[in-house]
Structures are given as C-alpha cells and as structure tokens.
Design a protein around this ligand. Structure first.
Ligand code: BGC
Length: 762
C-alpha cells in the first residue's frame, strides 16, 4: 500500500488527470445545491482502486468544498467535509514521539498547560542516527504510528531530515546528522514504520532549512548540484523508496522564493523529478500568497480556522515573520474566479489530499483513539535506541566499563545529572509519563549489580545557564563547584554530565556558541584535577568545544538527548551491561571556526550563501585535511574488530546473475576482543578520475553487525551506478564517469581499513 502513491506509473497518473478534467465541474456553479450522494457511490467502496475513488469523489464536490480543503480547520486538523464523509486529517507533532496537538509549542510546552498528552519520548533524531540501525528506526516509526492511532490522531509531523550544515543549528538534534546517505536510509526506515500502521508521516522541512536564524525570512542560496547531492537525497529516498504520503515545505526561501510557493521545488523537483503523488503541507505559518502558493503545488495550508486567526492576530506571530490565512476558501475561490488559479490546478491539489486519505486507509478505517500508549514494547524501543546511540569517544586505559565489584564510591556530578534532559526545545519536545535521569539510572543499575555497597554522591557542580536564577550567581557557582570537587575527590570514580537543555538548544533560535554553557568547562577541569578517574558525558544535540579539557579526560561518552530512557541507557553503558556501538552521524569539530560553513553563517542581509557547496561535514574535513576532534562515523567499543579480505566484483560474475550495473563488495569482520559487540561497517567511494570536482570520499553503504567474541561474519554490500554518481548540472542527471573508483571500507571516515579498486566500464 505504501508504495502505490509514488510508484504509480507516470502514464496512469497523467491519464487520471485527463479523466478528472473531463468530469470535473466548473459544472457545479458556485452556490448550486450539490447532488445527493448514493450509498453505493464508488468512492465509498474500499475495493475501488484509489485513483477511481479520487476521481469519483472529486466529481461530486462543489467548487466551494474543493477550495475549503486547501486550508486547515484547526491548529492540527485539515478541513472535513461531512456531507461526503471526508474526514479531517488529525495531526500531531513529531518526530521524536507524539505531542499534544492543542496549540503551538509555546502553549503546549508551557508548564501550566492543562492539556496533557503523555507519550513515549524517543531519543532525538541525532541519537537514533548514531545507532545506524535502520531496523530499529523502522520499529521506532511503527511504535510512533501506533501511538498516533492510539490517541485518535492520523498524522505525525516527521521525520526531520534537514542536514546538519552548521554545528549551531538549533534543530540539529532533530535530524539525522550531516550525511545524505545515512539520513536517507533512516528517513526511509522511519517512514516505512509509520506508514505500516496506516498513519501519515510528513517528511520535513523541504528544503534547505538548515538554520533557525530568521527562519521565516532567510533566503538560502545554493547551486543545483549541492542541492541534489546534499540537501535533497533524503527527500528523494522518502518519496521513491518509502512512498511517503506527505512532505512539509520549509519556512525559508530557497534561491529567492519561499519554499511554500516555490514551483521549481514543489512541482519541478518533488512532483516531476521525484514522482511524488502525495500532498505538500505547509510548515505552520509559512505561506505568503494565494495563487502562487496553490499553483506551485503547495496543497494544504496549516494551521487554519479560528486557532490560526487567533494566532495571527497576536503581534508576535507576524513580527516573527509567520504568514498564514492565505489559502482560506474565500481567497482561493476569488483567485479561481479571477482565473489566476485554474479549476484543473485546484483539482490537482485536492486530488493529492484525497489520494492520501484513501491510500492511508483513513477514509475506511478512522482512528477512534482511546488505546494505551507508552507500552512496555514502545519503552523498550526507546531504551534500545538510547543505548545503541551512545558513542564512546575516549576510553584511556580501559577506564570503562566500570566494574561494580571493584568500585566503592561514585560521584555523579553536573547540571544534567539529576534531571532527565530528554530532548531539545520546540515542537519536537515530547512529554513522557516518566523520564530517567542519569543519576536515577546509575542508582538503579548499582542496586541491581551490587546491592547498596557502592556509595553514590551527587553534586550539581554548576547550575544550568538561565535555568534557575538562584544558581546563576557567581557565589552560587563557586559553592556548587566546591561541593563537586569535594565529592569527586572522595570518590573512586567521577561522572560529569554536561550539556544543554531546551532553552539553550531548540527550535526557533540557533545555539549561540559551540562552547558549553556557563561554568561547565570549569567544572570538568576542576573535577578532573580532583579525580583522575573522571568520565565526561555529553548530553546535547550539537557538537561542543572540548579543547579546554579533552586531553586530560580519560573517558568521554556522547549520549545526545536520549529521550525518556536516556538515564537507563547511560548506566548500562557505564557498567558494561551494554557494549557501546554508537557511531557519530556528524563530525565533531575542534572549534566552530573549523566547520565548513562557519564563514557563511548565518548570512548577511537575510541571505545565506551555501558557498562551501558539497563540502559539508566529513566531505570538507577529509578533503581539505582539517582535523576534527572526532570524525564522522567514529565510535569505540569495549571489544575490538578486525576487517579483512575485501573483494570487489561486478558484472556477471555473481551467482550466474547478469549484474552489469551492480557491484558487490564483500569482506570479513571479526570480533577480536572478549565481549559481544556491534560494529558499524562503513563503505565509502573515492572517485579520483571524475571530470568534475568531488569530495575525497562519500558514504554509500553501511551495515551494523553483531558479533560474539571470536566470531567472524561476512559482510556484503551491493552497490549500483548511483553509488558512483554525481549530479551533473550540465545533463541535470546523475552521472558516473567510467574509470577506476576506490572502494574504502572502514570504521569511520578517517579509519579506512581496507581499499580495493572498482572498474566502471563505459
Ligand atoms: C515546525 C514544524 C512543526 C510545526 C507544527 C513548526 O514551527 O517547524 O516542524 O511540525 O511547527 O508544530
């Protein structure tokens, strides 16, 4: 079912539009009473093919009814047409779990908000990306789909697939990191999971929404090749491989035109190039015109109805640059009358919405709600994600894992130790029924391991910047620091959990600096001086500057924002109940100035030039020899792996199959340590002969494999021509230049263990 929309052959789609045009009413003059609908109307029959249902239903709609469908009826509801049985599509944010739909995040995140929707808080997108576990992300998508239905909703606003271009983007935590291939694989998995439940996902934000600075006004300028190679692949994969039902247009302008009225983007690329057949929903408050928006292929404006009017009426909404209320029925009808929107265009847009209503099953099987959410199975997925996503960055002298039999005391320190910082701020912040802080997780795990024999002390160390005014004074900081040093000096082990929280990292603003919040560097340094067995844990979505303390830090973990199970996950890694297997989905630069877009951020005069082009993340660091603190794909384990026997083959050589455009890379990976563990084997392509400039290598395959001590597994990658290709601005297509490529297989972008040539014949 889920692939039908995008995979419908073009010819069939075109034919169906002709049919629609033929039967569609200019017919029903405005205001004329619509004909009654018989109980056996073909569109009501679930056995009628989708395109026929849409055509039949459309033929029964008045012009007013069609126009009414292009805008929402509420904050998170599309417009229903009860006369015809067309339901409202009931939405909820996304993407890291299901959120209250009762209003903007300013309302639903407010402490006093009476509407409580308590659901599973899954790890942030970047944490899930660090698992490199597509099967798990698909299960997460499915679990979220189940929770959406259980709450009587129909659509989840996610996944977020915008690329981490700058280490300061406020929403980097929501996305899947810096690489288009990894992001694509995870996007496809998430969408398949959600759609398998008959729930509608929304692939967002289309496109080039890579900073929050002036997000409603900023104009992202980038060339066609960069757009296709870096910023569009996850959208393309979502459409072509997962058959995603909806795409959300972004707030920003792209090359001078707002994304919501950008016909090059919405019609040219999304519909014509990718073959998208579902509908485009606007981001909330991202529309600025009527005819250009409708004509560009933007189908559903959100929010709508009285909540939209009330929101727009506040001075703040418009001052921030939001636009809304442009696709109300009266405005759309006026443009149809004026001829600036043709009825056939209106039919097309409504067709795309109806198609999704049928295809998703929503028309035939509405979601009544009232079922359980945050089930043990859903919690287990959240915990697995949080655990697999933790990246072990440093482990000098094998300080980790901690042996509960040998430790008598542990000091747990930091502004993120006793509070569960589950996610960044904004429309993705889920309210869970419970959330495990690192301190809770550590205490619980110790009890399981050793009864009460390990003494745990806690010290704040430093108040979180701008959180509690009583902690934000120099005196309070000095006191907290002394207490932390005291606790650390008396304990066998110190664990310092630092990072940010929603007020410092979230939607609608960028992170001010890559440096840790006030006092946290000093805290780490002071604790490290007091205790040589210090483990630093990063609890953020974005990279942070580590130069002041990294050399002295024996052990370092990145737990990102781990959702409600973050504390359990961290404790299981600290004590070796789980073996770390997370790998960085984003390079961690030494300092902001080292990052490729630093000099082109946030832009000037509301224009940001993506002058670094393709050189985003490791494509930049590895090509231009800029050493990051930790490279893309990196992550240690408590065991070790060796790679051997890489063989690359192509053509007819395999299993009698004719695979002239397919290539196989086969290697062996062995667990050479003493613990079971998982390794993420990464495959990069190096093209040294192309006619056009290319980054030194690009990720084109990965596999997460689990190995027992001493076990060897054979890993097979199947590649096709697209893995070797670049986007040619001349031919406006993907091109692979014949010649010798190099297949690189390794454990990070800078730890290539095996290389082999691959010959592409003309
Ligand atoms: C965000 C979207 C979100 C929408 C609805 C917008 O501000 O950019 O990601 O889905 O609000 O809450």
């Amino acid at each position: 079912m889920q692939t039908a929309i995008s995979r419908a052959p073009k010819a069939i789609f075109t034919a169906s539009l002709f049919t629609l045009a033929a039967i569609s009413p200019t017919l029903q003059a405005q205001g004329a009473a619509p004909s009654p609908v018989p109980a056996n109307a073909p569109y009501k029959n679930a056995n009628t093919p989708t395109e026929k249902r849409v055509a039949d239903l459309l033929s029964r709609m008045t012009l007013e009814e069609k126009a009414s469908m292009l805008a929402g009826s509420g904050w998170m509801e599309s417009t229903p047409i009860p006369r015809l049985g067309i339901p409202a599509i009931k939405m909820a944010d996304g993407p890291l779990g299901v959120r209250s739909w009762a209003g903007s995040s300013a309302i639903t995140n407010a402490a006093g908000n009476p509407v409580k929707v308590l659901t599973t808080s899954f790890p942030s997108g970047v944490a899930m990306a660090a698992t490199w576990d597509t099967a798990l992300v698909q299960r997460e998508g499915q679990a979220i789909g189940q929770e959406v239905k259980a709450l009587g909703r129909d659509m989840i606003l996610g996944p977020t697939v915008n690329i981490n271009r700058v280490p300061l983007w406020g929403r980097n935590f929501e996305g899947y990191g810096e690489d288009p291939y990894l992001t694509s694989r995870l996007a496809v998995a998430y969408i398949k999971g959600v759609q398998s439940e008959g729930v509608i996902p929304s692939l967002k934000h289309f496109a080039a929404n890579n900073e929050e600075f002036e997000r409603h006004r900023i104009d992202a300028h980038l060339d066609e090749r960069t757009l296709h190679e870096i910023y569009l692949p996850a959208f393309k994969a979502g459409v072509q491989e997962a058959g995603v039902w909806t795409v959300m247009s972004a707030y920003n302008k792209l090359n001078g035109v707002y994304c919501a009225e950008n016909s090059d983007l919405l019609t040219g690329i999304l519909q014509k190039e990718f073959g998208f057949k579902g509908f485009v929903v606007s981001d909330w408050g991202s529309t600025y015109s009527t005819a250009p928006t409708v004509n560009a292929g933007m189908d559903l404006e959100m929010p709508g109805g009285p909540p939209m009017q009330a929101w727009l009426a506040t001075g703040q909404t418009q001052a921030a640059g939001n636009g809304a209320g442009w696709l109300t029925a009266d405005k759309v009808l006026a443009e149809v009358k004026a001829g600036t929107i043709t009825e056939s265009t209106l039919n097309n847009n409504v067709t795309r919405i109806l198609r999704v209503i049928f295809e998703s099953g929503l028309f035939d099987h509405p979601h009544p709600g009232g079922a359980e959410v945050d089930t043990p199975a859903q919690q287990a997925i959240a915990r697995q994600g949080a655990t697999e996503g933790i990246v072990l960055l440093k482990n000098t002298g094998g300080l980790l894992p901690l042996d509960p039999a040998k430790i008598h005391s542990i000091a747990v320190i930091g502004p993120n130790a006793a509070v569960a910082r589950t996610g960044g701020g904004g429309s993705s912040l889920v309210k869970p029924k419970y959330a495990i802080a690192p301190l809770d997780g550590i205490r619980e795990t110790i009890k399981q391991h050793a009864g009460q024999s390990i003494q745990v002390t806690y010290a704040l160390g430093v108040g979180m910047e701008r959180e509690d005014p009583t902690q934000d004074t120099p005196e309070a900081r000095a006191k907290s620091l002394n207490e932390a040093v005291d606790a650390a000096s008396k304990a066998d082990i110190a664990v310092v959990i630092v990072g940010r929280y929603p007020k410092l990292e979230g939607e609608s603003f960028d992170v001010k600096t890559m440096d840790l919040p006030a006092g946290q560097d000093d805290l780490i340094q002071a604790v490290e001086r007091a205790n040589p067995h210090t483990i630093v844990v990063l609890n953020t979505g974005n990279p942070v500057t580590m130069t002041k303390w990294l050399d002295q830090t024996p052990a370092l973990l990145d737990m990102w924002y781990g959702g409600q199970e973050g504390g359990h996950a961290l404790a299981s890694i600290l004590f070796g109940d789980a073996n770390p297997s997370g790998k960085l989905p984003v390079s961690l630069p030494k300092k902001f100035e080292d990052s490729p877009a630093a000099s082109n951020y946030p832009g000037q005069n509301l224009k940001v030039n993506y002058a670094e082009g393709l050189y985003v993340g490791y494509r930049y660091y590895d090509t231009k020899n800029v050493e990051p603190a930790f490279p893309f794909g990196f992550g240690l384990s408590y065991t070790t792996f060796t790679y051997s026997d890489l063989k690359v083959s192509h053509g007819k050589k395999f299993a009698g199959k004719v695979l002239s455009d397919q290539f196989l890379a086969i290697l062996k990976v062995k667990n050479t340590g003493s613990r079971p563990g998982a390794e993420v084997v990464q495959l990069y392509i190096h093209d040294g002969h192309s006619k056009i400039d290319r980054p030194i290598h690009e990720l084109k395959g990965f596999q997460r494999i689990e190995l027992q001590p001493g076990e060897t597994k054979t890993v097979t990658f199947t590649l096709d021509r697209t893995a070797l290709s670049y986007w040619s601005p001349q031919t406006k297509d993907w091109v692979a230049d014949p010649g010798t490529f190099e297949i690189q297989v390794g454990a990070s972008s800078r730890d290539i263990r095996l290389r082999a040539p691959l010959e592409l014949k003309p």
